[in-house]
Design a protein. Sequence first.
Length: 272
Amino acid sequence: MDTRLLRTLLVLARTGSFTATAAELHLVQSSVTSQVKVLERHLGARLFDRLPQGARLTEAGRKAVENARDVLSAEQRLLDAVRGSTEVEGDVRIGAPESVCAYRLPQRIADAALRWPGISVHLSPAGTKEVLLGVRRGTLDLGLALDDGLVAPGLTVHPIGVEPIELVAAPGAVAEERYFLLEEGCSYTDRFVRELTGRRPQITRFGSIEAVRSCVVAGLGWTVLPRVAVAEQLESGALRRLGELPDSTLYLVTDPRRTLPAAVRAVAEAVL
C-alpha cells in the first residue's frame, strides 16, 4: 500500500475539508479526491461521507484512521532504523489546552524545528476529554492536559509542570457575580464553578481565551485564567489580581500500546 494515501486519510479526517487537506499536503484538490477513492477501493469500504458541512468519517473510516497511525508509525520506525539517529523527520500531532498552545509550546516547538528541520508539528487546541480521546484513537501522537489528579486508564500520564491560575478583573470592576469563563471541559474553570457553593452568578462561556480576556478588560466581569494568559495585562494594569487559585498540573499523555517514532520522541523531549 502507498502510505501517502494513509497520510492523506489522516489529514482529511482531521480537517474535514478536501480544500484544507490539499493546501496542507501541497496538492490540488482533485488529487486528494483521487487518493481517497483509490484507498476506498483498496480497502473495499467507504471511508468518508461527503456532506455540505465537509467530509465526515464513516465507521469504516474511523477504524481505518486508528490503524493507519500504526502503519505510519511502523514505516517511520523502519526509516529511523535504516537512516540512523542523525535524521529525525515526520509529522507530530499534539492536542493541548489553548493557553498551552499559545504560550507554552511555540518556543519549544521552534527549538525542536531548528534542531530537526524534518519534523512538522501540528497543534490542536483541545480540552482534557478531547486529548485523551485523540491519544486513544491515535489521531494525536502526544497530548497535554491541564487537570488535577488526572487518571486515564490505558494511557501513560506523566506530570511535567504546573500552571498558576489567577482570578482577575479590570481595575474598578465590581461585577463579582458575573463571570466570563472558558467552555465546559476546561478543568480549572469547571473546578472554580463547582466551588461557587451557595451562589448563582451569571456565567458566560466562550471558546477562546482572547474573547474571555477582552470582555474582562472591558470591565464587564471577572474571569479565571492561567497566569501566563494574563501576565501582560497584569503588568500593564489593564487587569488586577483578585486572588490566586490552586495551580493546575500539566500532564504529558501518550499511548503505551504504540511505539513512538523518533520525531514524536524528539518533540516529547522538547516539551519536557
